[in-house]
Design a protein around this ligand. Sequence first.
Ligand SMILES: *Cc1c(COP(=O)(O)O)cnc(C)c1O
Length: 574
Amino acid sequence: MNSLLDELLKLTKEPKIAYFSMEIGIQNDIPTYSGGLGVLAGDTIKSGADLKLPMIAVTLISKKGYFRQELDRKGKQIVHPVFWDPSMYMALLPTKITVQIEGRDVALQVWQYNVKSLTGGSVPIFFLDTDVEGNTPEDREITSYLYGGDLAYRLKQEIVLGIGGVRMLHELGFEIKKYHMNEGHSSLLTIELLNMYKRPIEDVWDEKLVWDVDKVKDLCVFTTHTPVEAGHDKFPYDLVEMIMGEQIPLNVLKELGGRNHLNMTLLGLNLSEYINGVAKKHSEVSRNMFPGYEINAITNGVHSYTWTCESFKKIYDKYLPGWANEPELFVRIGRIPDEEIWDAHIEAKKNLFNYIKGETGVEFNINTLTIGFARRATAYKRADLLFSDIDRLERIGDEKLQIVYAGKAHPKDETGKKLIEKIFSIKERLNDKIKMVYLNNYDMDIALKLVSGVDVWLNTPLRPREASGTSGMKAAHNGVLNFSVLDGWWIEGHIEGFTGWSIGPNPTEEILDDTMDTRDADDLYKKLEYVIIPIFYTNRHLWVRMMQNAIGKNAYYFNSHRMMRRYVTEAYIR
Ligand SMILES: *Cc1c(COP(=O)(O)O)cnc(C)c1O
């Protein structure tokens, strides 16, 4: 324990950037993530460590995980808690602090996990935990379920993350030069900062001026991830008063967080000097949603080393040594011979197909064009767009296509759950004309197998709902070609017939009407039949050239090293 504290003492010597996120996906068996947002947070931290940035991260311990997904024969989702033991991965620190919830003092403890890079860099993650002796049984569960429970439960979690997080860092002795809020879940940290930097009442001529908004703004960076109004956390003020009490006067809180309810995005926006969306289009949409705010764009990226499969790592090591810490080296992808790229791809494909066989008993054919689709099962992602006209798909894909799906639905997302069941029933129907499987319990390990082991990565969101999307960037790192609606990052990464293919109209064209699904589906079928299938089966040379372009243009750019360099120069140091 002493060496732990010694280490901590060393860590606290230099001012840090504190990255706050409700979920962090750092490795598969630490189940403190649900999907894209958490995996992005993990990739951010890994790049921070590789680049030796003075960074620390704060999140919740989520002791019972998000959930483990079981799918029955009809695709009905059954939800299981994930029990895991933090002490197997991280160290419990002796430090404790308290936060006030419903008028009670709730004690928080903290676990430290160090993300260590081969470069010698290291970023500690602090996992907050209310499962402390002396807390009421109910309070001990606050950090159990990621995105579980009701609105009150969520607010309690956000108090722990935001207010508790700042207090804990302070107690541990850190000096923080920037607080980076990854989405609105951690916005309450601004309230704690307002209290920390409060001016003495005798020094100000107006009572309101005790709140040093400019000071807090100067310390805060806010990244929004949600292009839909309903996706932003909002709490009615009576609930806020009941659970949080009056940390700052209600009229001040309302001025910062919204008149009618406490909107966590608004709170973050009002107290951050630097604000950004996660792709150019997403920033544009966010500016329309929150007029008057300067919302910049830093397009997401993925951690190259984490999201490259073994066989591609091997050829990158051979031809582009140093690539993992300098993904710009992908610019020289043309040095790798075609055959070696293809062989690496076939190896990844075999690896995926072995997994599919083991999980489902279905044997995929290595020579057949394989489409992958895996993401959160929720309405806007339109997982069923590919099946808009099943007869047409059967005709196009007979003996020429295989399809693999995966994805969890949030336990309260009834439409999402129905979507999985629908895909299961279609799977039955397609049967032996087009082989198709739906893999259980989508997680980071399965994601890597999928984004490297299919030939084409399909994405069909309803515009402009995909803020960025990151799985397509992972695919590009493994030479897997994107076939996607022009939304999020793909607007920036897509060059038709060069890095991959688009589905549906240009992003500048009129959007969101009732005929959208039909038009998108029609374009999807046409390209599949007349462009993608013919190239795959008759022009291997062009296919491999496109794989190289995906790596040399997309992976070259859409990685978290580039993203972090931009956060440093545009958001952290300014
Ligand atoms: C990368 C990843 C995601 C995010 O993918 P999207 O393209 O944003 O849908 C979700 N879940 C897991 C497990 C991932 O690895």
